[in-house]
Structure formats: structure tokens, C-alpha cells
Design a protein around this ligand. Sequence first.
Ligand SMILES: [Ca+2]
Length: 392
Amino acid sequence: MKKSSRKQSPEELSSSRPSWLPWVLVGICVGGGVGALSYLGPNTQPSSDNKSATKSDQLPAGYASTIVNSNKPKGERPKGMVWIPGGEFSMGSDYRGESLCGLPGVTSDAVPIHRVYVDGFWMDETEVTNAQFREFVEATGYVTVAEIKPTKEEFPTAPEENLVAGSTVFKPTPGPVEFDNYLQWWSYVRGADWRHPSGSDSSIEGKDDYPVTHVAFEDAEAYAKWAGKRLPTEAEWEFAARGGNAGELYSWGSQIKIDEKYQANIYQGRFPVEDGDTAQDGFAGIAPTRQYAANPFGLYDMGGNVWEWVSDWYRHDYYARLNSSGKVTRNPQGPADSLDPVEPDQKKRVHRGGSFLCSERYCTRYMVGTRGKGEVRTASNHLGFRCVKADD
Ligand SMILES: [Ca+2]
């Protein structure tokens, strides 16, 4: 873990909550406000040399049709992966009704909507599961960040008793609370890790097909390397999630429900109250993978259930930078560095997809064009990942 630049009071240091907790929680729900960002206007002109554009009738403002490549993969389909043909699309979201941490419209990091091209690639059908991650750990002896005791060198001001291995876990509140302080429902829990998602007394027994959680960015990268894969770029992730469609709000369409049924594991009911999750989507808390229909590319759970790490550094102004070129950006790899004006000291990567804790009231970041972010060594019980692989 990185040093916190935040000065701690003696009261904080002696409290039961570890002194680094406020920044460890970065990315679980971030403050939202990202400072001034000039809206440069969308670059919506698709390339003229491709005739296979999907229908673009009545797309929302800012979007142009998605142009899906027609080429087929050369290699055989890797087990558990689907072919994402790549192509050109309108990336981002300026949906005014979006919210993060209960604050509607405060985040402008997903604008402007801009044109991006990505090459084709293979992508895991589902988030990496507990069974898959176990296979990796058993083969390599890998130890995740959450399982390693933080050192005095990393946190010189923290008392010894607070230097315990653990991770962040959602704890519902006894009653209704204001949404202004996420520490009310997030706790740093000793012994929480991928095998013990709620703390040392919990287990993943019988949950082989659930997404693995409590993985830091480096843990996800280590798994991907072992598997002969890599993490997707943010652009690859969004192209894949949109399934060849353009301008839709969600990876399954533009309505939250289809035939009265939710299409992803998010949160209904009063957040974040004990027993407040009414599970109208079928699940209170995390769900196994593949519980909802796949998107048109065959991908499951591109919205909800757990957030997913992608490889890009997070910068609030990255889309504006790309858009200012006036060209279609090809295979963007993310900015060279990280900057979240809310917490400029923290190095963050992008999260995508939202989680089982996202709700229409509190965090709509399961919307397909929106973004999340998280400090790279911070894990939690609603953050996982999936991998991609180049065509051979
Ligand atoms: Ca749910």
C-alpha cells in the first residue's frame, strides 16, 4: 500500500478504524466532483470508408452508429472467451441523470462522447471466478495484496495494532443515512480477502462460480499474465460492453428492465440500510456469474454484480484530450499518468461496469458509457475483473 499524505489526528490513530482507511476506500465510492472540465463537443463523424454501420436512426445526441469489423478470428476460440470483432464506436456518456455517490450529474469524466476504434480481441465471457482464481493461486502460490500485512515503513504513523492484513467490506447501516459519507457503510475488515469476502469467519465454499473479489490491480494483472491474457483497455471494455449497438444506456439496451425484469445484479430498495436490498433482480448482494442474459457479443454481467479493473490509468480529462484531436482515436491505451482532482495524491486505474451496490438512487455507474476509478492497491468485496487476449 502507498503512504497516505493525509495527516492523522491522535484520535483517528487510536480509533478502531485503521488510520489509512479513508484513502484505502478510494474507488469504492469516490467523491464525484472532478473539477472544471470544458465540454468540447462530441466528435461524431464516423469513418466514411466502411459501409457496414449499424442502424443509426434516432441515436441520442452525440452518438453515431457503431461500425463492427467483419473479420473473423484466425485462431481457435479459447475456452471461456468470446470474439469481440472490434470496430469504431462512440465512447462515453453524457446522460444527465447519471449519479455517483447519490450526486446526480456531478461527474463529467465520461464526456465528451468521442469516436474510438479498437482492433478485435478475445474476451472472457464472465468475470474471473473464485474457481479460476483458486487455480491460479494453487499453481503459483500467489499471495494477494489484501493477504499481506501492511508494514511500518508504508504507514509510519499508524499504530502497530492497526497494521493488519485485510480489505474493505460493505456493511449495511442500522438505519437510513445521508449519502454524504461512505465510511458509514464501508469498513476495513481484518482478514477479509478473496477466500474470506466478509472477513476471516466467512468463506467462498460453494461459490466457485461467483466472481472473485478483493483483488487489487496488481493481483488482477498477475492472474492475467499467468493465464496468458491481459486486462482490457477501457476502450476495449466499452466496445465489448455495447455489443455492437450505439448510444444505449446499458449493455442490454436503454431500459432498465426488459419485460419487467432487471437485466443485471444491482441494488433495489433503500441504500445502504440493513435488509434494505429488496433483491427485485433476484439477488441481495453478490450473485454467481451468468444469471442474466448475455449481451450481443456473448458477454455476461457487463453491468452490475462487481466492478471490473481495466488497464487504463484514470484521468478525469482523458476523453476531452482524445476528443480535441478531432480524429478517431485508434486503440487508446489510456493516459500516461493518473489524475483524480478529488484525490490527486492517489494513483488510480479505471473501473468499469458498476456493482451489486449500484442503484438508481445512489450510483448509476452500471450505465455502459460511465466510469469508475480506484486506487491501485485498494480491493473490496464488489470489485473484480475479466481478461482479454489477442487473436493468434
Ligand atoms: Ca441485486
